[in-house]
Design a protein around this ligand. Sequence first.
Ligand code: ATP
Length: 528
Amino acid sequence: MKLGDLGLVAKSNRSTQRLMVKVTPLTVVKVLEKFRIIAKQSGKRSQDAKQGTIQELLVCATDCEPQYLVRLLQTKMRIGLAEQTVLVALGHAMVYSEVPPVPSSQIQSRLEEASKIVKQVYSVAPIYDKIVSALLSAGVRKLSDTCCFTLGVPVGPMLAKPTKGVSEILDKFQDTEFTCEYKYDGERAQIHYLDNGSVEIYSRNAERNTGKFPDVVDSVSRFKKPSVTSFVLDCEVVAYDRQKQKILPFQVLSGRARKGVTLSEIKVSVCIFSFDILYLNGRQLLQEQLKVRRELLYDSFQEVEGEFQFATAITSDDLEEIQKFLDNAINQSCEGLIIKTLDRDATYEPAKRSNNWLKLKKDYMDSVGDSLDLVPIAAFHGRGKRTGVYGAFLLACYDEHNEEYQSICKIGTGFSEAMLEERSASLRDKVISAPKSYYRYGDTLNPDVWFEPAEVWEVKAADLSISPVHRAASGVIDPNKGISLRFPRLLRVREDKNPDQATCSEQVGEMYLAQKINHSGNQDEDED
Ligand code: ATP
């Protein structure tokens, strides 16, 4: 409890034990082999068998090995390493191990090229086993041919950039055909239908969500036309009142159990709003223009009222018409619009925040723009009414380049009492004795407790300002100062995001600049 990390407990235990016999040193191959055995052990006495296998590993572990073995078993390495870094490292390893060695004049560009290829391939085929063996057998330049999209394996979802108003959209998409779609407020779902008739559903985070939506699995046979033998659909699943034919707020959907749901127990009905298709009857569609993909979507599926519908869309470049369409979207409980190019490079860009998809939310127009997804890294004890819970939290954005969390604001409003208690209870398990080496924050903040990066909170603010205290995007806009949020308010906890998927410093910088353009003369220095 004192150490707050089972890895450290294992390490300190090991260092006080004396070894009677010489142990065989651990190798990567051996550890992997044992992990595979643990994963496959099932049945009645499997708990004991798993413990036995873990013991065998721990007996052979020396120095810091027990610490990392235990952390690996917990899938929490706590070394501040993000997925993207692993991908870059794989690309670099390939370049550095080339024979004959790459000349130093070319090394920089080759490193960049290799990282880009590995990242791109990972976004359509996120399986390390496959990627590493393809790298070793055919090299990095052939990776896209040897390792590609597979039905049943999630593709990184394409993401949208925020925009502030209809006129900005008309500006950005001047010479191109585009479509406006309702932006539904539910949960992203990528539905895979395999040739053998089985269905898998993946979340925005590429996590398997099939167990949460047995009703969606069940409805496939009703909405797919008989000619369809396999597909991948990109959709938003939304809570829906079938009697009143009405979309329900996001909060209703989040009340639904996360796994192991049975059809008969379902109380919250959902409707699938489909807006894209990535695969159809053995044909991969990622490289097709949206115009083509949408036609295939409309032709191959049929709407079933309240169960499966196509995202409501119009194709227009008339400012007033789009404005009216936005108002209708809001009236029908949508968050706003997503505007997409139809034919100019309008391919599906996996895992990318693309310039070809713009999101326009109603509240963008009267405040800072998009909400931010931030990580609570510390807290301050509450006083008065809030004694016993945390009274305020220190939030941070994530800097992908330096792999660090940078403080952006203190937040103490937007919480109901119940929510504050819930968040305090959940974060109490994540308390650590000192800030992580990869946390950046002002010296004057002095929080009472620090947390492991564990949760992502969606936060809305009145505006962004330059701050001498906070470190968000420091060096991006001002060489020494960071950016902070004024009047932040908690909207919801993002269960579907990992801390390293929080809003990044670059986005914070972009939001600050966009605000400057839109409201010149904005107050500019915040003392927090
Ligand atoms: P992002 O996914 O861009 O990081 P986010 O998760 O905070 O942002 P939003 O800013 O609300 O989400 O907007 C993007 C999300 O909107 C998509 O990931 C998708 O789940 C949802 N969405 C709803 N309707 C549509 C639509 N018609 N087309 C694309 N996405 C849609």
